[in-house]
Design a protein around this ligand. Structure first.
Ligand code: RIB
Length: 312
């Protein structure tokens, strides 16, 4: 049996409009198409890891509504263990997403059932957390749930991946317990209090977090590649050049890919390459979970696109 990846996070129903451009405040524009997709950062990262061969379980709440039915069914189809999902008397989480002609998105999340996940739920699932090898968390569920799960996982010796999205400030003791903190540039800026407009700014911001006791910061910079900053130096993973259709869930594909590789004991540099390839493949298709690659697609892509990781 493969080592378990436990994702604790949001499960959303994505309502997506594709438009030539994002509307300005007060402006009405005509969109080209409307579609719905299963989404939510937690569920996306769980499905991403499962499609890449991970043994994945998710803890999260969904509503007793039609959206919840579909979301649950989709997780099951993707071989994610859903036995710890609770159906609550609330609406399922929704995300209102606008994607422009360049594939860039803006997202408003209404947490709904995701916000009802409580510390008592996590306490009741202590054994489930302790039996995993990797914990993956994000910030679309209450912060106190995230910090409590990290406390339990840290004491049990799990590898902990925290995607600080949407961005918010975090307790220092939580940051110190995380094995890999995985922000994008705007999240890194908020956490460090420094601008991250260019690479030098990102380096300075990462140093602030390292000086506060963060272990490893994996910065995702979209088509500018990914960087790992740690106490021994820097690792750079260039991005794969692909046609961009929709960037939604590219970061989630990266994180799921990283989790799957780390759970399999794969060396960090190779794990980063696999994560980067998963992120690249995700931008070539529309939607969140609909865009996540399976292991055959990922391996074929990596055979065709040689890429090198640089360390210094
Ligand atoms: O990261 C992309 C996700 O963010 C979407 O699927 C949406 O649900 C929001 O959670």
């Amino acid at each position: 049996m493969k080592k378990k990846i436990l994702v604790i996070g949001s499960i959303n129903y994505d309502l997506v409009v594709f438009t030539p451009r994002h509307p300005a405040p007060g402006e009405t524009i005509i969109g080209s198409r409307f579609q719905t997709f299963p989404g939510g950062k937690g569920a996306n990262q769980a499905v991403a890891a499962a499609r890449l061969g991970g043994n994945v379980q998710i803890i999260g709440n969904i509503g007793q509504d039609g959206f919840g039915e579909e979301l649950l069914e989709n997780l099951c189809i993707n071989q994610v263990d859903t036995t710890c999902i609770k159906r609550v008397n609330d609406s399922s989480g929704t995300a209102l997403i606008t994607v422009n002609a360049d594939g860039q998105n803006s997202i408003v999340v209404v947490p709904g059932a995701n916000a009802t996940l409580g510390k008592e739920d996590i306490e009741g699932l202590r054994d489930t957390i302790q039996s995993a090898a990797v914990l993956v968390v994000q910030l679309e569920i209450p912060l106190e749930v995230v910090t409590q799960a990290i406390d339990i996982a840290y004491t049990a010796g799990l590898i902990i991946l925290l995607n600080p999205a949407p961005a918010m400030s975090l307790p220092q003791e939580t940051l110190q317990k995380v094995t890999y903190l995985i922000p994008n540039e705007s999240e890194l800026a908020l956490l460090s209090g420094l601008p991250t407009d260019d690479l030098e700014g990102c380096r300075r911001a990462a140093q602030v977090l390292l000086s506060k006791g963060c272990n490893q910061i994996v910065l995702t910079r979209g088509d500018q590649g990914a960087f790992v900053f740690n106490q021994t130096g820097e690792i750079f993973v260039p991005s794969f050049k692909v046609p961009v259709v929709d960037t939604t869930a590219a970061g989630d594909a990266f994180i799921g890919g990283l989790a799957a590789a780390l759970a399999d004991g794969i060396d960090l540099q190779i794990a980063l390459l696999r994560a980067s390839a998963a992120g690249a493949l995700a931008v070539t298709k529309a939607g969140a979970q609909t865009s996540l690659p399976d292991i055959t697609e990922l391996d074929d892509f990596l055979k065709k696109h040689k890429q090198e990781v640089k360390t210094h």
